[in-house]
Design a protein around this ligand. Structure first.
Ligand SMILES: [Zn+2]
Length: 76
């Protein structure tokens, strides 16, 4: 995933790459333990997308794997 992301960022124009990063940071998952992290933190990109997808994700803090709703927050 990180390889794919760096490839996308290398091919995209500079301002697109910045936009992808800032928007990806707004999409966040929340764990039952209270830890919250963004799509960007886990090495992904979410850009120009709508809706609230469910993804199987491991919490970077407690390590629990669960289906998590990815929500867009207005500020990071
Ligand atoms: Zn957790």
């Amino acid at each position: 995933m990180n390889g794919l992301r760096s490839l996308i960022l290398r091919l995209a124009p500079e301002r697109w790459a910045r936009s992808m990063e800032s928007e990806s940071r707004l999409w966040r998952s929340l764990c039952n333990c209270g830890h919250e992290w963004s799509v960007w933190d886990e090495g992904g990109i979410r850009w120009g997308a709508a809706g609230e997808p469910r993804r199987l994700r491991r919490c970077p803090s407690c390590g629990r794997v669960a289906w998590r709703v990815v929500r867009k927050h207005l500020s990071s």
